[in-house]
Design a protein around this ligand. Structure first.
Ligand SMILES: NC(=O)c1ccc[n+]([C@@H]2O[C@H](COP(=O)([O-])OP(=O)(O)OC[C@H]3O[C@@H](n4cnc5c(N)ncnc54)[C@H](OP(=O)(O)O)[C@@H]3O)[C@@H](O)[C@H]2O)c1
Length: 256
């Protein structure tokens, strides 16, 4: 008989989490470790990554840090080499790192575009390719790409960011199809506004009121709201799920 609850357990799994120094990625790394996984946490700020490593190790799991700037494919290749040298395998990749600019489309600069696209789309694709190739060697893997409600619903000031997230949903489906024969499941997780440090200055006053009015469950998400969905998509419990975008949005998209 199948032990259904056991299928959520991530013991003996290795997870790579990008953008794990702060916000959602930090909590995802800690949540995956609580479910049993060892984690490799990456971003540009080593001191912040070391704080996450300490929390994970205090909870009895292994954690390694890898400093990468995801805008550079060479750094992503170094991440791949680091994974091969330290754990030799990887079961889970959470492509969480992203960068958001909120501006009228008229005012988006080349630098805004390059930073958003290179971090959130180019970096995500090459992480899928580099870490996915290690998964392919073992014939199993779970990739989770961070999307957003803005991939589906239109919000002024988020044209480029929403375009990237819509692209991520599409890329998720495309990679799921290409890599199913290699045992790699590729899904996206699409939260609504999450109360993270980088969003606290924008999620205030009238903007906050407008956002809350679009969420039927009547509140912002917290990173904790996402962890159950991430564990599900990372675990054997979702082995027959691929190419999906899972909205964890308090009903935002359904109501749009
Ligand atoms: N917060 C929300 O309301 C919300 C809603 C829907 C979707 N999302 C998505 O969820 C993800 C996380 O959001 P968040 O609010 O937690 O973001 P955040 O607080 O701004 O954190 C972003 C993370 O990405 C890392 N990062 C940024 N640029 C990088 C680069 N060039 N190379 C490597 N790492 C880089 C940052 O670390 P370093 O600075 O150390 O490099 C940080 O750890 C993003 O993909 C975002 O689009 C967020």
């Amino acid at each position: 008989m199948v032990d259904h609850y056991q299928r959520f357990d991530l013991s003996n799994k290795v997870a790579v989490v990008t953008g794990a120094s702060e916000g959602i990625g930090r909590d995802i790394a800690i949540g995956l470790a609580e479910a049993g996984a060892d984690v490799i946490v990456c971003s540009r700020r080593e001191a912040k990554l070391l704080e996450v490593k300490e929390i994970v190790e205090r909870n009895g799991r292994r954690a390694e840090t890898c400093v990468v700037d995801l805008r550079n494919v060479a750094d992503i290749q170094s991440l791949k080499a680091f994974v091969k040298a330290t754990t030799g395998k990887v079961d889970i990749l959470v492509n969480n790192a992203g960068y958001a600019v909120t501006k009228p489309a008229w005012e988006v600069s080349e630098n805004d575009w390059d930073t958003m696209v290179d971090t959130g789309f180019k970096g995500l694709f090459f992480c899928c390719q580099a870490i996915g190739s290690i998964m392919g060697e073992h014939g199993y893997g779970k990739i989770i790409n961070l999307s957003s409600t803005f991939s589906e619903s239109i919000v002024p000031g988020r044209s480029v960011y929403g375009g990237i997230k819509a692209g991520i949903n599409h890329l998720t489906e495309a990679l799921a199809m290409e890599w199913a024969p290699h045992g790699i499941r590729v899904n996206a997780l699409a939260p609504t506004a999450v109360n993270t440090p980088s969003r606290q200055s924008t999620l205030q006053g009238p903007i906050l009121e407008k956002v809350l009015a679009r969420i039927p469950l009547g509140r912002l998400a917290t990173p904790d709201d996402l962890i159950g969905a991430v564990i599900f998509l990372a675990s054997a419990a979702s082995d027959f799920v691929t190419g999906q975008t899972l909205f964890v949005d308090g009903g935002w998209v359904a109501a749009s």
